[in-house]
Design a binder for this molecule. Structure first.
Ligand SMILES: [Cu+2]
Length: 330
């Protein structure tokens, strides 16, 4: 069952603690090493300056034997002034070169022809992920193949926004890049280990900014292939769900959501073609279970107050039918 494979991939791998100190992808490694270098230099400056302050404060503290005259004043010392001008300039140049080197390595990287192309579109308050090379669209859970450093299969991500500023940040995989309306930003990741990596929209974008989680599922090449095949196949409809499909297609649901292979082609909300292949709904706000889907359709605000999906005010029967239909979208 492909859906089970997705769930087990989500459970495996490194801890989902989004820590910068635990890099798992080349850009994140580069940034991690640069920050250690910068911290080491700052620590050195701190130790030297603080020791001199302590030394001066102790050595020249006021003593009972002091008279009240000022000590001798010394004006101008070319050596001292040269030293405190040149040394800081050298430090700044070293920091600049180190940062420039990493920025160049990350931003001007060349991609092999087998790089995966993904377009990520930030929406209030969820993520759209398009896979132009494969011809499907999904939401909130980004699947990428693991990248073996011997034969890298990096993922190149184009970042766009449908409404306001958002920011894509999965600390273990890469630096933070904004998604700005009418601007195309880019980034890339090449995760070295299979697993589930989490992140968060890192630019305040409105009421539900805090519930705009990012889930990156790093699959083995076989699992990734399976997942893309599953995403490309239209969902199979059984008789049971026909009633729910009718509810979906004769109400506003279809104007906001796409379900490939049906007349529903709305773009305002997440693509639901393979809703059940995702472990959570509403960008990580709740686990993807029947109970939460029922609550979501009845009262989206109960899960995500201020989200941009309206409560549709269906009766019990229509709600159950439409959720049965949603649950058929594997
Ligand atoms: Cu956001």
């Amino acid at each position: 069952m492909a859906c089970g494979a997705t769930l087990s991939a989500a459970a495996a791998g490194p801890s989902p603690t989004p820590s910068l100190l635990n890099p798992a992808s080349t850009p994140a490694h580069d940034i991690y090493h640069l920050s250690l270098f910068v911290i080491a230099i700052c620590l050195g400056i701190f130790i030297v300056v603080f020791s001199l302050i302590v030394y001066a404060a102790v050595k020249y503290r006021k003593r009972p034997t002091d008279d009240d005259h000022e000590p001798p004043q010394i004006y101008g010392s070319n050596q001292v002034e040269l030293a405190w001008t040149v040394i800081p300039i050298l430090i700044v140049v070293v920091l600049f070169l180190a940062a420039a080197r990493v920025i160049h390595a990350v931003e001007d990287a060349q991609f092999p022809p087998n790089a995966i192309e993904v377009t990520a579109v930030g929406h209030q308050f969820w993520w759209e992920f398009q896979y132009p090379g494969y011809g499907f669209v999904t939401a909130n859970e980004l699947h990428v193949p693991v990248s073996n450093p011997a034969h890298p299969t990096p993922t190149h991500i184009v970042l766009l926004s449908a409404d306001t500023d958002h920011s894509f940040w999965v600390p273990q995989l890469a630096g933070k890049i904004d998604l700005i309306p009418n601007r195309r930003n880019e980034m890339w990741i090449d995760p070295h280990d299979v697993g589930h990596y989490v992140g968060q929209c890192a630019q305040y974008c409105g009421t539900q900014h805090a519930k705009m989680l990012l889930n990156v599922m790093v699959d083995s090449p076989e699992d990734f292939e399976k997942w893309t095949q599953q995403q490309k196949t239209p969902a199979v409809m059984s008789d049971q769900v026909v009633a729910g499909r009718k509810v979906f297609e004769t109400n506003a649901c279809m104007n906001c959501h796409t379900i490939t292979g049906t007349i529903a082609n709305g773009k305002f909300g997440p693509d639901l073609t393979h809703l059940m292949s995702r472990t959570t709904i509403a960008s990580g706000a709740a686990p993807n279970t029947q109970q939460n889907l029922l609550l979501w359709v009845k009262e989206p605000d109960a899960i995500k107050p201020g989200c941009l999906m309206p409560a549709m005010q269906f009766d019990e029967q229509d709600t159950n039918a439409v959720v049965a239909y949603l649950m058929s979208l594997h």
